[in-house]
Write a protein that binds this ligand. Structure first.
Ligand code: M6R
Length: 609
């Protein structure tokens, strides 16, 4: 879960590498470092802590045009300067930055230690630098290739060589790597975001490939050393520059961006066909008749993306009558999942790089399953391994806590449900109704954001509690789950979600004055029952905050605090009720002085098992 970037060109390398690290900081932020060629030596500067700690150390101007850099999320070895990357070989001939995990590093380390090698860190990655240096007399390419042949595990890696000042070598196995091609300059990074602002031209490296980079050229070879011709893709990186645009945090900026991002998820209206009461997602690569054959839809995802999938389940089942299963992708692997021909698998992921979801997709595909991807990151690993899909077009999301990606995922799942539903049961009238409801969403979200101050006041009352319960019924239950995740990950207050119906089956024992509850209670089928549950909580001295899409005397009476979002079709209500919950997480974390965009222990993209 680390970010890596390399640069070779005519510019001063350190500022370019630092800019790249800033863009990649979402992948890990517990330490960072750069390695550059300087006065015929590899100079490594690294530091524990946030990127600004490294910046403070980089006081001297290093005149160099080549270097590699790393931002870390610790796996092997604690968060220390010694464990930060780059790592060098014993004689300083090679330096490496690594994203991934080398499973057999202990054996290799013992072997090298027996030869007298001394290691300075506890990391698995340092072993790789030593190993390459062991073979360096074969020449850099051969040395890397031979070292790679001895590694088990996952890696996206970059190597810098003391005696080859015009070369960076990169290798990929299970962790992403992408080449950026500029004018007489080259980039090599774990994510194209690293070179956003420098070039839009990218080549995605596949597993088992090695890249040999000079400032004018690149070569990609496979494990048999056969040269591979790769496509150069042009990426739209316009919305990918890390810029808070006047907001104090990315989280708040991204919450406030949702009227626009939801509109983009609808293809700025282009994915909706109002006259036909349907939606069009061309990238699914499926014909009308393919939709008839689907007997089951199985969604694979993690975290927030999984909760989007849970909401998608309600929408899809309602509109298509196709049963939907949602799996925590990390639980799917290794249990020999059932893959039937008429099941359509859908991987949902913001980054497209989440290890658990990738592993689940791999397993399903190996068993012959068809997998679509609903993804945000263009050209990501999942985008290239799925059989089709749709981008959610949320734009780059930098806050670790996912917000705009969530609403865009739900929006695209709703479009997919509408598209499949219209080829099956739902009427033109119902289809038209839903298209209109979808088109109304951006304005409704805007009207919620205009009342953000109300939520700020609620947060003041939540912030001193050590635990909060979130509850809802039906489609509101996954909203409660996502809302609880938002609060816990940014405020560090323990939050748990339950279906309101399960309250009496145990969780009610927790209710007391000290543990407030947030109920998602919308009009419709479950309204009365949810009100009863709220009353049960109130009767036990529990304080209740209600997020609703209607208001009446009963609700006003039972709620200690009430926040009302605009009414909508019940299937789309999660796209509105989640917004105050996101704000509640944000303002609570703000009141507690938390590190909002980079919560402790987390990284945006979970790229290790
Ligand atoms: O990139 P993905 O959507 O695959 O990420 C999945 C989860 O890791 C992610 O949603 C995580 O739960 C977020 N931090 C939640 O805010």
């Amino acid at each position: 879960m680390c970010g890596i970037v390399g640069y070779l060109g005519n510019r001063e390398a350190v500022p370019v590498l630092m800019q790249g690290l800033k863009q990649l900081e979402y992948r890990g932020y517990d330490s960072s470092g750069v390695g550059v060629l300087h006065r015929k030596k590899i100079k490594v500067i690294k530091e524990q802590g946030k990127l600004e700690m490294l910046e403070r150390k980089l006081t001297d101007k290093l005149n160099t045009n080549i270097g590699i850099a790393h931002t870390r999320w610790a796996t092997h070895g604690g968060v220390t300067t010694e464990n930060a990357h780059p790592h060098s070989g014993p004689e300083g001939k090679v330096a490496v930055v690594h994203n991934g995990i080398i499973d057999n590093f202990s054996n290799l380390k013992e072997e090298l230690q027996a030869k007298g090698n001394v290691f300075l860190s506890e990391t698995d990655s340092e072993v790789v630098a030593h190993l390459v240096e062991e073979y360096i007399d074969l020449g850099p390419e051969q040395a890397v290739s031979k070292a790679l042949s001895r590694l088990d595990g996952t890696y996206g890696m970059l190597f810098l060589f003391r005696d080859h000042p015009e070369m960076i070598i990169g290798a990929r196995n299970g962790s992403p790597l992408v080449i950026g091609i500029g004018q007489e300059e080259m980039f090599l990074a774990s994510d194209a975001l690293a070179f956003a602002g420098f070039t839009q031209h990218a080549v995605f490296v596949d597993d088992g490939e090695m890249v040999i980079l000079s400032n004018k050229d690149y070569r990609v070879v496979n494990r048999q050393n056969i040269q591979i011709n790769k496509n150069v893709e042009e990426l739209d990186m316009s919305s990918n520059i890390k810029d808070m645009q006047g907001f104090p945090h990315f989280l708040l900026k991204e919450i406030f961006e949702q009227p626009k991002s939801v509109f983009r998820a609808m293809g700025r209206g282009g994915r909706l066909l109002p006259d036909f009461g349907t939606a069009l997602l061309g990238g699914l690569n499926m014909e009308k008749r393919d939709f008839y054959d689907i007997r089951k839809i199985h969604i694979l995802a993690m975290g927030t993306a999984m909760y989007a999938g849970e909401i998608g389940k309600y929408i899809i089942e309602d509109l298509t009558r196709i049963p939907v299963e949602v799996s925590d992708a990390s639980e799917l692997c290794g249990i020999n999942p059932i893959v039937e021909k008429d099941t359509l698998f859908v991987a949902v992921s913001q980054s497209g790089e989440t290890r658990d979801t990738i592993a689940a997709v791999q397993e399903i595909k190996q068993k012959g399953g068809r997998v679509l991807g609903l993804l945000n990151a263009v050209g990501s690993t999942m985008a290239r391994m799925t059989d089709g899909g749709a981008y959610i077009h949320a734009g780059a999301e930098f806050s670790v806590a996912s917000t705009k990606a969530f609403t865009s995922q739900v929006t695209v799942l709703a479009l997919m449900a509408l598209m499949i539903g219209r080829t099956r049961d739902i009427s033109l009238t119902r289809g038209k109704e839903l298209v209109q409801e979808l088109m109304d969403l951006p304005d409704k979200i805007t009207s919620i954001l205009e009342k953000a101050d109300e939520i700020k006041k609620m947060a003041e009352r939540i912030k001193d509690h050590h635990s909060v319960m979130y509850m809802g019924r039906g489609i509101n239950y996954p909203v409660a789950m996502e809302a609880a995740l938002k609060l816990k990950e940014v405020s560090y207050i323990h939050a748990e979600a339950y279906s309101a119906g399960s309250l009496k089956h145990g969780p009610l024992a927790l209710i007391c004055e000290e543990i407030p509850s947030v109920f998602i209670c919308t009009s419709g089928d479950y309204q009365e029952k949810t009100i009863s549950n709220i009353q049960e909580v109130r009767a036990r001295n529990g304080r209740v905050l209600v997020i609703s899409n209607y208001e009446d005397d009963t609700l006003r009476k039972v709620a200690d605090e009430l926040f009302v979002v605009p009414s909508s079709d019940s299937l789309l209500s999660p796209l509105l009720t989640i917004v105050p919950c996101q704000l509640l997480g944000y303002y609570t974390a703000l009141a507690l002085g938390r590190d909002i965009d980079q919560p402790r222990n987390l990284a945006k993209s979970v790229t290790t098992d």
